[in-house]
Design a binder for this molecule. Sequence first.
Ligand code: ADP
Length: 435
Amino acid sequence: MNQTTPLKEELLQRLEWLIYIRWAAVVFIITAVLAAIHIFKVALLGLPIYLIALFIAIYNAGFKIYLNQIRTKSLLTDNIRRFAITQSMLDIISLTIIIHFTGGSENPFIFYFIFHTILTSMLLSKKESYLQSGIVCILAIWLFIFEYMGILPHHSIKGFLGTDLYKNITYVAAISFVFTSTIFIATFFTVSVSEKLREAALKLLEKDRLKDEYVKMVSHDLKSPLASIQSLLEVILGRFAGPIDGKVKEILQRIQKKVEFLHHYTKDLLDLSRIRAEKNLNIKKFNIKEVIDTAAEIALPKIGEKEIQLNIDIPERFPDIEADKELLTYVFLNLIANAFKYTQSGGKVWVRLSQADNVLMIEVRDTGIGIPAEDIPHIFEEFFRANNVAKTTKGTGLGLSLVKHIIERHGGRIFVESELGKGTVFTFTLPPTKT
Ligand code: ADP
């Protein structure tokens, strides 16, 4: 793997930031221009700047939609980087036009390009980052020179800065030099720091992969002997191998329970390594009710003697969803099974679906034992179990970490709210389904 290239997950996350920052930039541009014209009475041409802000908002909305789509697809990192370059180029052009309408070389805000350079250098490879900085400098210097030579009209900002500086060749040369050197120094530092961080992240990822491999190997090797022990125990407990007395039977039953837990544990470990290693999602369109029903059917028999009421609330004519069916069944199975497991007899469990702002919201709520406030931040960590359950119920602490992993791979988010002794609600989102 090329170490100067960001990893796919990192890229997608940074692209999402960039989109948020761009919204903030649009708001900043409009507010700054409004304030400059109406409060500080600066002579600015507002219209072209508003139009550019609108243009930025439109392409940003397009990028947001595209980003949601590519999250679930197995796009190559190179394609995502090309997407990042397109964004960066459009930003550079838009910023240069804004600078042109706000005083050109006389506008100190030209140094805001540094923020753009830093942010995008974290996204691109070393070569692309320097190339991008070169383009920024060439465009800016062209702008300064064209305005100096009168090829482009100069829009001075009367009431804010000196208005004749753009005609002063010493000033134009000095600002071009300071601007270019600042941009390249910023690129150099960002690229070197990002490269170091990326190398460290790659090492950690490799260690994580080795750990997953190891866990997979061990749990796989444990599976068959455990299955043999389970069937042998069944033979003995079924008295097929001869009579057994009460005390021996009791001990064997205890052993059987422990082996059952070990079997469950190895299954969870295998699921963890298998799902984490899976590169591509198997996206299909399906009815979500089917998946919830299957998950509930599997989870219900496991609650034993407890009497818990399950309510599934899906609005009528709910559209089909697009996701990995097997993985989404796993998500529902875990959340519903947990809700049953951590709720006393007489309690209630709800599964609710709704659609808000084009995002699918799913809620699994229970009236169970709740999670202590200090444990909530750790609840999605691998092997973590809250201190109010650790002694009373058996569990592996793996289910929720995998649930979170699956939801995030689908481009969704998961949240938890809980009150000790009152109940817990897990809410997760899934991106809209394309029609
Ligand atoms: P496990 O249930 O096997 O311990 P999970 O990863 O599914 O592992 O859950 C992690 C921890 O989160 C649980 O041990 C428990 O402390 C807490 N938890 C999960 N779901 C609930 C719930 N519905 N109510 C209360 N606590 C819960």
